[in-house]
Design a protein around this ligand. Structure first.
Ligand code: FE2
Length: 728
């Protein structure tokens, strides 16, 4: 069964919908990516561009190769989702309700057998209006705003209750949006600013609550009108007899009243959720909760709900509308395979890495550097760069991280992240400038799950940064960059189960160096841009940032051999080595003056016009190691497309390999001493070069090297190391 999930970018009446994307389930694998990542336009709707990426990553020739296309929509009826739809026109389309999609992602990805499922957003599908009282605008129709289900893996999601589904009712998401406008941010996409500012306010200074639970139903005192948000807040002020002050103009100063207004609406949302979900928890004897819909991005409210459901609260990595595509896939799986247990737990941080895979090897990195005009950068290659990255972080540097598959959802979880030392407030100032963030927006910590209790309470399972929890006294004292004004932090936990997580290795290395099992983790993007996607985009954004290091897979790209890097063994390595460039019979020393390492590297780049990689280890085929031991081989010849090499240290560990892949490097077999390096075009190697490399003649060498390096041609540079085994 091959299932494609998409969410529409436009309703039949022409309303533009944001947060589009595309997801697929093919051969038991999930692939998903938001439209904004592919288009580079933040909050982009529809799926035109993401579809092409997902089809290619699925190994299919065309979207027509999917068995089913599951489509959802918003602000129109569920049935309208498939009407007039390009892909849906083929007759294999399945309409998925907007809230059912959110609920499916939240429940079937949780791994729970049974749970209460709350879907809270600004609204989903409209529903038939028996009175036909509305004027045609979506908010004047009966519609989904807060829906509650009971999920059971052996049955379907059962809708058990709804709030705010009458025409013109104002739900939690709608009122939060109105207050966000009132506070000067004229888009619901700025709701996180309201939540952050609330942390700077006094939750009790404006009394009352915007919502009341009456006869088991949540009610709001004011009617909804998304076109007049300021009036809605003014009406509520009148109804409650409280003073919200004047609305804040965009980019106006943030006054004390604005903090109090933010705290008021935040508390109102939380109190409403607590009251309603306590009732439903008791009514349905639920011990676990799943939350979907955009309001599930409210990490402060989620943390309070975690107190109600001690056996677990799950929030998917993309609870908002960008997660609809994947929710549709889950819903379709459940509809088409009802007898099977559909639950596929996503509840570890690595399970959010659903983006189309991208090949990150030395040729791809060299090509990307060349294509983006950044060929002067230097690339450190090691099978595990976490120690080097932890060292940079501990020295106060910011580090960009770009790993193979992107996280699905709005939060960077270690695949497209900028990391920093959580102890340094200076990191916050730097990041605020890079990302054009407001001063009160907090940065989040990522912590080793098994050490969380020492730093944050209560301990929660939070692989997707879904809960704001309290910092312990130790964290308040030390982690200045990641604790909010109210003493909380939006924590990401990375546990021992997250073995594939790149971040886990960095956390372990950082802890080893500093005794702090925490790093600051924020998204890898410039202010106003979506999170980067594609190595080219990553290098371009990195190029504009005042950040020196970028981890592309296991390659660490640096702009400058800064003091922290230069005091690695690299300096000694380069100073001791005899390095020469051989070209058409001419021999040019790379660094006749034995000067600084960066100058040597610049000379080498200038002579070869190639990207310079710094090698940390030497993989070698088993038979060649025998030649080395016998003394028959005294050189090793290495090739990377578009690049030349220098060694990280004069002595490198040697690994026996069968295919040069990093995966089979376990313990070094031996060590080799490097005494000299020669850079030469492959086509200019001689019989004597071949003999020094252990071969009978040049023909044998050329045969073997072109077998190992399939894309090696005569005009390519090779790096020839003079080596000898070290007796250690
Ligand atoms: Fe939604």
């Amino acid at each position: 069964m091959k299932i494609l999930g998409v969410n529409k970018g436009e309703t039949l009446l022409g309303k533009q919908l944001r947060h589009g994307g595309c997801a697929a389930f093919v051969d038991g694998r999930f692939i998903a990516i938001a439209e904004e990542r592919v288009t580079g336009r933040k909050y982009a709707g529809g799926f035109t561009c993401s579809l092409a990426r997902v089809v290619a990553a699925s190994g299919l020739a065309s979207p027509n190769d999917f068995d089913v296309v599951a489509v959802s929509s918003c602000c129109e009826s569920e049935k309208d989702a498939v009407d007039g739809h390009a892909i849906a026109g083929r007759g294999n389309a399945l309409a998925v309700g907007h809230h059912l999609s959110h609920a499916s992602l939240a429940f079937y990805g949780s791994g729970f057998d049974r749970a209460l499922v709350a879907v809270i957003d600004s609204g989903g599908n409209t529903m038939p209006d028996p009175n036909q009282a509305g004027n045609g605008e979506w908010w004047t129709c009966p519609r989904e705003q807060s829906s509650y289900y009971v999920g059971d893996v052996h049955g379907a999601l059962e809708l058990v209750d709804r709030d705010f589904n009458e025409p013109n009712q104002t739900g939690l998401g709608e009122l939060y949006r109105a207050f966000t406008y009132y506070l000067g941010w004229h888009s619901s996409t700025h709701s996180s600013k309201t939540m952050a500012l609330a942390g700077h306010g006094d939750r009790g200074s404006i009394p009352g609550c915007a919502f009341q639970l009456e006869h088991g139903r949540l009610q709001c005192a004011v009617q909804n009108n998304p076109t007049r948000p300021i009036q809605m807040v003014a009406d509520l002020s009148h109804e409650l007899g409280v003073d919200f002050g004047e609305p804040r103009p965009p980019r106006g100063a943030i006054l004390d009243i604005h903090r109090q207004v933010a705290a008021f609406i935040q508390r109102s949302i939380e109190d409403a959720l607590m009251a309603k979900l306590t009732l439903l928890r008791n009514r349905h004897r639920a011990t676990k909760l799943c939350i979907g819909g955009g309001v599930a991005l409210n990490v402060v409210a989620n943390a309070r709900l975690a107190d109600l459901f001690h056996e677990g609260v799950y929030v998917p990595s993309a609870p908002g509308d960008d997660g609809q595509s994947l929710g549709n896939v889950y819903a379709a799986l459940r509809m088409l395979m009802p007898k099977n247990k559909v639950t596929v737990s996503m509840a570890t941080s690595t399970k959010a890495f659903l983006g189309p895979a991208e090949q990150i090897d030395s040729a791809a990195v060299a090509n990307a550097l060349d294509a983006t005009g950044h060929s002067s950068y230097v690339v450190f290659e090691t099978s595990d760069p976490s120690e080097l990255l932890a060292r940079l972080l501990a020295s106060g540097q910011l580090v960009c991280v770009y790993q193979q598959r992107a996280e699905f959802g709005p939060r960077a979880l270690g695949a497209r992240s900028i990391l920093a030392d959580p102890r340094r407030s200076t990191s916050v100032a730097q990041l605020n400038t890079i990302k054009r963030r407001e001063w009160f927006m907090p940065f989040a910590p990522t912590v080793l799950k098994e050490r969380m209790h020492e730093w944050f309470r209560p301990t929660v399972h939070s692989p997707f940064m879904s809960f704001a929890v309290r910092a312990t006294p130790q964290a308040l004292e030390k982690l200045h960059a990641v604790v909010n004004a109210d003493g909380t932090a939006r924590v990401q936990t990375v546990g021992p189960d997250d073995k594939e997580s790149f971040l886990r290795n960095i956390l372990l290395a950082f802890e080893k160096q500093t005794d702090i099992p925490v790093v600051l983790n924020t998204s890898f993007n410039l202010g106003g841009d979506p999170i980067v996607e594609g190595m080219g985009a990553a290098l371009s954004s990195f190029g504009e940032m005042p950040i020196n290091a970028l981890a592309l897979g296991r390659f660490v790209v640096v702009k400058s051999l800064s003091p922290t890097l230069a005091d690695l063994p690299l300096e000694a390595s380069v100073r001791k080595l005899r390095m020469t460039v051989h070209r058409s019979g001419e021999v040019v020393p790379v660094d006749p003056g034995r000067s600084k390492v960066w100058l040597t590297v610049r000379n080498l780049q200038s002579l070869t016009k190639a990207v310079v990689f710094v090698r940390s280890e030497l993989p070698l085929y088993g038979p060649y190691l025998e030649w080395l031991r016998e003394g028959r081989k005294v050189t090793t010849i290495r090739f990377r497309k578009g690049a030349v090499e220098i060694p990280h240290s004069p002595v490198l560990p040697l690994f026996v390999t069968t295919d040069y892949s990093p995966g089979d490097r376990t313990r070094p077999t031996e060590h080799v001493q490097i005494s000299a390096i020669r850079y030469q075009k492959f086509g200019e190697l001689s019989d004597s070069d071949a003999e020094r490399d252990g071969f009978e003649d040049l023909a044998h060498l050329r045969h073997d090297l072109t077998k190992i390096y399939a894309d090696l041609s005569d005009d390519d540079w090779v790096t020839v190391y003079d080596i000898g085994l070290v007796d250690r």
